[in-house]
Design a protein around this ligand. Sequence first.
Ligand code: FAD
Length: 388
Amino acid sequence: MDFDLTSEQSMIRKEVRRFAQKEIAPQAEEMERTGEYPYEIIKKMAGLGLMGIPFPEAYGGMGGSWVAMHLCIEEVSRVDGALGGLLDVTTSVVGQEIAVFGTEKQKKKWLVPIAQGKEIGAFGLTEPNSGSDAGALQTTAELKGGEWVLNGTKQFITNIGLDCASMIIVAARVKGGDNADTISTFIVPKNAPGFRLGERYRKIAWHSSATHEVVLSDCRVPKENLLGDPQRGFAQHLAVLETGRISIAAIAVGVAQACLDEALKHARDRKQFGRPIFDFQAIQFKLADMAVSIELARNQYLKAAWLKDQGRPHAFEASAAKLYASEMAEKVASDALEIHGGYGLMEEYPVARYYKGVKILQIVEGTSEVQRLIIGRILASQAKKQGF
Ligand SMILES: Cc1cc2nc3c(=O)[nH]c(=O)nc-3n(C[C@H](O)[C@H](O)[C@H](O)COP(=O)(O)OP(=O)(O)OC[C@H]3O[C@@H](n4cnc5c(N)ncnc54)[C@H](O)[C@@H]3O)c2cc1C
């Protein structure tokens, strides 16, 4: 067993930590306050190759590992969780879906600019009437005159509102010859006829993350924009969400680490009863529990990413990482805020921003209940194999 990172992984983590602290941290508060989309930072992240770390060089990537990708997501999220979310969707989910299931032509056309960070991808699964029950989606696709015609509404879509977002991968229901439905996936360019960018959501946090509704009204895309196996579109969409769960866990660890950093700093500076509050054992115990739970969550997401790099199954590890890390982050953010006392509720203290943002992590890419359902199903199948 070897817990060491490779020299490339250590190097890229160091470089991204330096970049995040120097280039993103000074602007993070302002971006959250104004809700402006961070185009300059996206350009700089693209310049470092962050959107293409796990993809082959032939497709504009760095030929790196999923472990390296997730170390970078953690470092970016340590200063701005919303930017971690951008990386999760464009790379772990959308880029990967094209890399794994796309044709050579689709990879050249869509994956290369996404891996280079010149274009950003969006993922369309959720609809007004299908969230956790994703299989109940109602968007339809029909082949007419050599084109796919899509109708439906996707909601809460990350990244799609960015000017540099070029497309969304949409899951839609297709009627077969026997009238039975299958779910297939389609690459829908933002400039396709019938594509409309809907309402920008007013969220309680992550204001600089572009979350919009997408409306498809007789939206026409070329026949070759069908992605992967038409019979297995839903399975494809869910398969990449497994990696998305590792990414959400890495974001949660980054945000929780930022909370611990701030709480530790504050506890050393703030004096009450004639001494730094750090000297009180009650405060030290809180900080110790925070440090332990962050480290356990980090180990879990790294294990899931490592298994992925080995091409080994990791459904349990990814769901466990997402469930544990997102719940851990909420507790750590709450404790960090408490250590700040009244200052923790003041907008100018970074911990207030972290606290407001952590709840998102328990909801996206499958809520905590959905992770428990997935883990429950894995346990049931293990029990069956063992004859329980
Ligand atoms: C900021 C943000 C960004 C997002 N980005 C994207 C995106 O890019 N693409 C995309 O497709 N979607 C995106 N989503 C949608 C997100 O994935 C869904 O919100 C999430 O899957 C939950 O679905 P829902 O909101 O419909 O909640 P619901 O499914 O209605 O769930 C409501 C509650 O019921 C619980 N529940 C539901 N079913 C069960 C059950 N069987 N057992 C126990 N409890 C259950 C849930 O856990 C939850 O607590 C985003 C959401 C947000 C908030």
